[in-house]
Design a binder for this molecule. Structure first.
Ligand SMILES: CC(C)(COP(=O)(O)OP(=O)(O)OC[C@H]1O[C@@H](n2cnc3c(N)ncnc32)[C@H](O)[C@@H]1OP(=O)(O)O)[C@@H](O)C(=O)NCCC(=O)NCCS
Length: 340
């Protein structure tokens, strides 16, 4: 049975059962990834940005003979943001290929349609059953990138030290644990806004924040979800402008593996070694403030040759293909109704 689920009020045992199912999925589909921990997992599942809503459902096993609730076998949620519903579906490996995934997605799709949303998007990991699942349901692949992983144990710290120093004269780096300081929020948002118009064809399933208020909201939301942001800024000394920035998040749910997010260097500041220097400095800082951290993962579009070269110099190694698929919700509901 599929039922709507509110992780904010769910019993602790259900959060644990969700974690067990998620880790069984990781073990089956992404065996190289670290397992998740229950570090602020409830908050991770329920906190959202202002104006966004996440609606979740679970499917449970039958209760046991002594009346204990059944374990979670499947979960789906849709995050309603802007004009798109961002979907996630998982089914415990022990319960796959019996139509549960289809049942979960049908529930989420109908609700998304009722809420007035006409398109849905989903991130799909290459070389996993999810590719066949979404393609069988008529989802179309709209964007491709590659994930790569840096193992800190393999880093050449001497070479990295040279990269961190190799920034052009007139710029300095600043490390900002927790997010940019308040007096730099506007300059930071402006630096991010510069990339806003670059349409690289993705579905904006993780929109970034280009105005100061949205940026503050986004940082607050990260903290509430147990995702600690770290930022290195490059400041042009004569003007004080933010010439570049790089963002890494260390999630309480998998604190051994951090996520490298945006790295941006303003157009007129390119060619001064800022990108390499910022990323190298970030790794030094993370090594000292996050002793549990052993890996950093990042995602790059195939077309982003420059960033891929920087990452290769740092020691990142390509790991998995990562896709975004989209679908028209009405067509999906129709297809699912026709098939049921
Ligand atoms: C994708 C997923 C949700 C499918 O769940 P499921 O319950 O097995 O799916 P269903 O039984 O409803 O399958 C529906 C259809 O999808 C297609 N499909 C499902 N699994 C497939 C596979 N491994 N290969 C090819 N097609 C597949 C089939 O057409 C299937 O219909 P059929 O069984 O009648 O042939 C499940 O494999 C999963 O949880 N994967 C991990 C998701 C994920 O990556 N989460 C991110 C955190 S790691």
């Amino acid at each position: 049975m599929v039922r709507e689920w509110d992780p904010r009020t769910a019993p602790a045992a259900e959060i644990e059962s969700f974690l067990d199912a998620l880790n069984a999925v990781f073990a089956a589909d992404l065996p190289e990834d670290p397992l998740w921990e229950n570090g602020m997992l409830r908050e991770y599942l329920c906190e959202v940005m202002p104006g966004e809503r996440r609606i979740s459902w679970i499917a449970q096993d039958e209760p046991s003979a002594d009346g204990q609730p059944g374990r979670i076998l499947g979960h789906t949620h849709v995050l309603l943001l802007g004009d798109i519903g961002v979907l996630e579906v998982m089914v415990h490996p022990a319960a796959r290929r019996s139509g549960l995934g289809r049942k979960l997605i049908a529930t989420a799709a109908r609700r998304t349609y009722q809420e007035g949303f006409r398109s849905m998007g989903v991130e799909v990991i290459g070389d996993t059953p999810a590719v066949g699942f979404y393609e069988a349901l008529g989802f179309v692949r709209e964007y491709e990138e590659d994930r790569s992983v840096l193992r800190l144990g393999t880093v050449d710290w001497v070479a990295l030290g040279e990269m961190a120093q190799g920034i052009g004269p007139g710029y300095r780096l600043e490390f900002c644990p927790g997010g940019p300081p308040d007096e730099l929020i506007e300059a930071y948002a402006m630096a991010k806004a510069e990339t806003r118009d670059i349409d690289d064809g993705d579905l904006d399933l993780r929109p970034s924040s280009h105005d100061p208020q949205r940026l503050r909201d986004s940082l607050n939301c990260l903290h509430r979800r147990g995702m600690k942001p770290y930022i290195v800024l490059a400041i042009e000394e004569k003007t004080g402008v933010v010439a570049g920035l790089t963002e890494v998040v260390v999630p309480a749910q998998h604190p051994t593996r951090a996520d490298q997010w945006d790295t941006i260097v303003g157009q007129e500041h390119q060619g001064y070694g800022i990108d390499r220097a910022m990323k190298a400095r970030m790794l030094f800082e993370l090594r000292s403030v996050e002793p549990k951290l052993s890996e950093v993962q990042t995602w790059n579009a195939r077309t982003n040759e420059a960033m891929r070269a920087v990452n290769a110099d740092l020691g990142f190694q390509a790991d998995r293909e990562w896709y975004e698929y989209g679908v028209d919700v009405a067509e999906l509901v129709h297809r699912l109704d026709a098939g049921s």
